[in-house]
Design a protein around this ligand. Structure first.
Ligand code: FES
Length: 113
């Protein structure tokens, strides 16, 4: 039998960000964060050198959050706001926190699990 390659030589883009760098540390402001729409992620740095990652999908009705401002992650649809450190809801109609993702930083690269 011919040997089918079993190595993952995927040529299509990953459906998920798991394992690959999604941003560099310099892109994420201290005390704030960024939304990475391509990966449906929010990356934050609540204090220097401490990075967090969350799903960008609002737990209210599923809109993607669009910005990080004044220490909170903001959903434009109905105004829910989430803490940049914990993802907990701090305002608005959402009740559940944004789903957290594990973060690893290697050098300047931020990856999520
Ligand atoms: Fe985010 Fe309603 S979907 S506040």
């Amino acid at each position: 039998a011919s040997s089918a390659p079993s190595a993952s030589t995927a040529s299509s883009p990953p459906a998920d960000a798991a394992g690959s760098p999604v941003a560099t540390t310099a892109e994420v402001p201290v005390g704030g964060g960024i939304v990475v729409p391509a990966f449906q992620l929010v990356l934050t740095q609540p204090s220097e050198g401490e990075f967090r990652a969350f799903s960008s999908i609002c737990t209210h009705e599923g809109c993607p959050v669009t910005k990080v401002e004044d220490g909170v992650i903001v959903c434009p649809c109905h105004g829910s706001q989430f803490d940049i450190d914990t993802g907990e809801r701090v305002a608005g109609p959402a009740r559940d926190p944004l789903a957290g993702r594990s973060v690893s930083v290697q050098g300047e690269d931020i990856s999520v699990g």
